[in-house]
Design a protein around this ligand. Structure first.
Ligand SMILES: [Mg+2]
Length: 196
């Protein structure tokens, strides 16, 4: 199913990198109510307050990017896809600056051109399919030729809404979002084995 796919879109944090975001701690630092997604909570605030908290969020995520480490097998998987002639993109709820900083810290920059990184600054954030549609339009392909890989519900939802194949990356075998995914893998090496 996956070996002939040529259009691959990855979530960044927790998928190509080891998960380091502590969202509960981030909500506390931003004085947001517990539980809900951060970008959506900020969108409900008055603009001046939202602007200040977005600035703080950017700083917090920059610090996380600075200490980012690649997920085991990330370089090998991206290298394999590259050899297969695949187009590679990233769809992240982070900022472009933080995504570039993260890729640099992880040694994965060479696999992605900046134009193929869709951040919260250039499309409606996941679970909206906007970012995927942006990438497939740029690549002149159809959503059903693409694969969306991620470790969270929003990754599966945006893939499904756009019509790509969805791959749930579940490194701790938590089985939280299997039912939303076409396929679940527990390691990037396992995924690499499916595209050889
Ligand atoms: Mg993630």
């Amino acid at each position: 199913m996956l070996e002939d796919r040529r259009f691959w879109i990855f979530d960044l944090d927790g998928t190509l990198t080891l998960a380091k975001h502590d969202f509960d701690e981030m909500r506390r630092a931003l004085k947001l109510p517990p539980g809900g997604p951060i970008l959506e909570a900020l969108a409900t605030l008055p603009e001046s307050e939202a602007r200040e908290k977005r600035r703080l969020l950017d700083e917090i995520e920059w610090e996380i990017a600075t200490i980012a480490e690649p997920q085991p097998g990330a370089g090998e998987l991206l290298g394999q896809l590259n050899r297969n002639g695949a187009r590679l993109g990233i769809l992240t709820r982070n900022t472009l600056a933080n995504a570039l900083h993260t890729l640099e810290a992880c040694g994965l920059s060479q696999y992605f051109s900046t134009e193929d990184i869709v951040s919260r600054g250039c499309a409606a954030p996941k679970p909206s399919p906007d970012g995927i549609i942006k990438l497939v339009t740029r690549w002149a392909c159809h959503c059903n030729q693409g694969v969306m890989v991620g470790d969270y519900l929003f990754d599966m939802q945006c893939g499904k809404a756009a019509g790509t194949t969805t791959v749930y990356f579940d490194p701790r075998n938590e089985r939280l979002w299997n039912q939303h995914a076409d396929l679940t893998v527990n390691s990037l090496a396992e995924l690499a084995g499916l595209v050889v």
